[in-house]
Design a protein around this ligand. Structure first.
Ligand code: 2RA
Length: 327
C-alpha cells in the first residue's frame, strides 16, 4: 500500500535533509506534499525526479490526503498543527521539543524503544539530536550491566542551530561579531546551548537528562554539560556511565558489533565529526573501563546531528509506523 507523505518546514536544514532521506527510504511514497511559510509558497523542490510545489502551511494544509507528516518547525507551530493533523488521523513525527515531555506522547529512537508505539499514537516526538546518539550507546550498556547514573559532556556542531549557527561560525571566522550565539564561536567553545534555567543547567542539558530517562524508561541519575564547538556538522558526546554490574568490555564491544546502526571503532582509533558527517550511523570509540571503578565505562560517540540526530531518526519512526500500522 503506498502512502502520502508530508514535510512541514521544507526550506530549513532538517526539512531539506528529510527530503533527501525520503528519497532513499523504504517508505513507498505515492504523493509528497511540502509546506512552508507564505514566503516560500510556490517555490519548487525536486523529489524522485518530480517537481513539487511548496504549499503554504495553514489550517487547511491537513485536508490534503496525508498518511504520515514530518514536522521540522518551531515548537509553538508544531503544537498548533499537530493537533489539527492528528485529529484527522494523520501520523505526525515532530522534530521540535514541543511534545517530547508530554507523558502520553511517545519519544522514540526506533532501535531503542519502538515497542512503546501504538497505532493510536498519532503524534510521535523525535528526540533532541544529542540525546538520540547517546541513548543508542547507553541502551546496550543498560541491557548488559544495568545503568545507575550517567554523566554527559557534549561537543555540538553549529548546524544544531540550523543556518543561524552555520552563519555565525562563518561571520565570526572573518572577525565579525556573532549574530546568534552569545559569544564568538570561531576558534572558541561555548558551554551554553539554549537558555539557562534556575538550577544553573541549560535547556539543552535538561533535554538530554529528561529525554534519556523517558526513552530508557528508567529514573537513572543523569547530569550533563553541553558545549557548542566550531564544527559545522557532527555532534560528539562523551559519556561516563556507572552500572550495577562490573563492566565486561569484550561483552559490550561484541554487542555493539551486532548493531547495524552502530559503527564501533577499534581501541587505538576513534570517530570524529568528519567521519560521522553524512553518515546514518552512530559512531562509537574510546570505550574503556574507568581506571578507578570497574562498574564505570567511558564512551565517545559521534553522529551526524542533522541526519541520525533529526531527519533520519524521524524517517525511521515513519518507516516503523508504516510497517506496523499502515501496510
Ligand atoms: C542544538 N540540540 O544542537 C540542539 C537543537 N538541535 O542546537
Amino acid at each position: 500500500k503506498k502512502v502520502n507523505v508530508g514535510i512541514v518546514g521544507i526550506t530549513g536544514l532538517v526539512g531539506q535533509t528529510l527530503l533527501e532521506i525520503l528519497e532513499q527510504s523504504s517508505l513507498p511514497v505515492d504523493t509528497l506534499y511540502v509546506y512552508a511559510s507564505s514566503r516560500s509558497k510556490g517555490k519548487e523542490v525536486a523529489f524522485k525526479g518530480q517537481t513539487i510545489i511548496i504549499k503554504e502551511l495553514n489550517e487547511d494544509s491537513f485536508n490534503d490526503p496525508l498518511d504520515i507528516v514530518f514536522f521540522a518547525i518551531e515548537s509553538d507551530l508544531a503544537l498548533k498543527y499537530a493537533k489539527i493533523a492528528s485529529s484527522k488521523k494523520i501520523y505526525v513525527v515532530d522534530n521540535s521539543s514541543a511534545h517530547r515531555m508530554i507523558e502520553h506522547i511517545p519519544l522514540v529512537v526506533p532501535e531503542v524503544n519502538s515497542h512503546v508505539l501504538k497505532s493510536s499514537d498519532y503524534i510521535v516526538a523525535n528526540p533532541n539530536c544529542s540525546t538520540i546518539q547517546s541513548v543508542v550507546a547507553l541502551h546496550t550498556v543498560h541491557q548488559l550491566f544495568n545503568l545507575v547514573d550517567v554523566d554527559y559532556s557534549t561537543y555540538q556542531a553549529v548546524s544544531g542551530s540550523g543556518v543561524n549557527g552555520i552563519e555565525d561560525l562563518e561571520r565570526t571566522s572573518q572577525g565579525l561579531e556573532p549574530n546568534f550565539y552569545p559569544k564568538t564561536i570561531y576558534n572558541n567553545v561555548i558551554p551554553q546551548i539554549d537558555q539557562f534555567l534556575e538550577n544553573g543547567y541549560t535547556k539543552e542539558e535538561m533535554k538530554m537528562i529528561l529525554e534519556t530517562q523517558k526513552i530508557l524508561a528508567s529514573k537513572i541519575n543523569i547530569t550533563a554539560t553541553t558545549v557548542r564547538v566550531p564544527v559545522k556538522v557532527g555532534h560528539s558526546v562523551q559519556i561516563k556511565a556507572t552500572t550495577k554490574e562490573n563492566i565486561d568490555l569484550d561483552k559490550l564491544k561484541n554487542a555493539y558489533g551486532k548493531i547495524d546502526e552502530v559503527k564501533l571503532y577499534p581501541s587505538n582509533d576513534y570517530p570524529t565529526p568528519l567521519d560521522a558527517s553524512g553518515s546514518n550511523l552512530v559512531h562509537i570509540g574510546r570505550i574503556r573501563t574507568d581506571l578507578n571503578y570497574p562498574n564505570k565505562v567511558l564512551l565517545w560517540t559521534v553522529a551526524d546531528n542533522v541526519r541520525k540526530g533529526a531527519a533520519l531518526n524521524a524517517v525511521q519512526i515513519g518507516e516503523y509506523i508504516y510497517k506496523e500500522f499502515i501496510k
